[in-house]
Design a protein around this ligand. Structure first.
Ligand SMILES: *Cc1c(COP(=O)(O)O)cnc(C)c1O
Length: 336
């Protein structure tokens, strides 16, 4: 694509050539279909429209120095979508179907995979919706699984720099035994007020506490939380946290680098003890956190104007694996 300014791509939607779709009807998944339309036509009583039967995934494909296209932990995203589907009573797409659809969507839109030098990547968005009609509350009998892709720019255009975060005290994204542990759209709708509130106050994002006691750290809106102290990577454990594949990868890499890893309940008061903190997820791998403001106590926890050494090391190592610059010793990468 000669006319795309790869370096200045936003993290947004750009039309590509094709998307891939598969319908579940009459008790079975059909063939993968290729579409060049950006529209979906469905019944006005589809359960995704009324009762939130929707889940999605997010992953990236990267072009390496060798010109090969690599997708990161695709089968793990497939299994997470199955868990999301099961949790809200949707039909689970088989892992092979998911992986095949992702590969197809990438290959059909090959010309949109950003070149290695740009630091950009191809964002992949698999989506599962209940399309069967229901007016009473019940699971749909028909589903649509689709995958679209869109090229996205490097997340840190001005370098790997910390953002500021505000603790959310007056709303929750997920109930203690609710759907916080799965990737469903409803959690995101519930997180919009807190995100807007944080942004209006000048913060990049909100940090949620546990919904029951407001004592423990859950996660940031769309990303997991971690803190570093005494050569230890600490990340919260809770039923309402989405199990981030990036976080899981960082924990594995940290152990290999001789850093201790603790996944356990983390009290908000422990924020004062960390040397570094960060958010992690597919979009940015790691977003270092500079400051965390707690509106209840009026305390601001400070971690510095620059990313800390452990976050920086983990960030560069994971990115290098994704781009094929470091060996993939965990079989995380699929070459397309
Ligand atoms: C998707 C998501 C993340 C990040 O998960 P990754 O697999 O690392 O991209 C974290 N928190 C929430 C709520 C999410 O939806």
């Amino acid at each position: 694509m000669e006319n795309i300014d790869w370096r200045n791509l936003p993290f947004g939607y750009i039309k590509t050539d094709y998307n891939v779709r598969c319908y579940y009807r009459n008790g079975q998944w059909g063939e993968l279909e290729i579409s060049s339309s950006e529209q979906v036509s469905m019944h006005i009583a589809a359960t995704c429209l009324h009762y939130g039967q929707e889940s999605f995934e997010g992953m990236k494909a990267f072009c390496g120095k060798d010109g090969k296209i690599r997708v990161f932990r695709c089968a793990d995203n497939a299994r997470r979508m199955q868990a999301s589907a099961a949790c809200i009573k949707m039909q689970e797409p088989p892992v092979e179907l998911f992986v095949e659809a992702v590969k197809k969507a990438i290959l059909l839109n090959r010309r949109f995979v950003p070149p290695y030098e740009s630091g950009a990547s191809l964002y992949i968005r698999p989506l599962l919706i209940g399309t069967g009609a229901a007016v009473g509350v019940k699971p749909a009998d028909e589903y649509l699984f689709m995958v679209f892709v869109t090229p996205v720019g490097p997340y840190f255009k001005t370098g790997f720099k910390p953002v500021n975060v505000m603790i959310t005290r007056d709303s929750d994204r997920a109930a203690p035994l609710g759907t916080g542990h799965v990737k469903v759209g409803g959690n995101y709708a519930a997180s919009l007020p807190a995100a807007e509130q944080a942004q209006k106050a000048g913060y990049a994002t909100s940090l949620y506490l546990d919904a029951k006691e407001k004592k423990y750290i859950d996660e940031c809106g769309p990303a997991n939380f971690f803190g570093i102290k005494n050569n230890t990577y600490v990340t919260p454990q809770s039923h309402s946290i989405l199990p981030s594949i990036t976080n899981n990868s960082l924990m594995t890499l940290a152990k290999e680098l001789g850093i201790k890893v603790e996944q356990r309940p983390v009290e908000a008061t422990e924020l004062s003890t960390f040397e570094e903190t960060g958010e992690c997820g597919t979009a940015a791998v790691i977003t270092p956190i500079g400051k965390i403001f707690d509106p209840q106590t009026n305390v601001t926890y400070r971690y510095g104007e620059e990313a800390g050494p452990v976050s920086t090391k983990l960030y560069h190592l994971l990115r290098a694996i994704q781009y094929g610059d470091e060996p993939d010793t965990h079989n995380w990468v699929t070459i397309i």
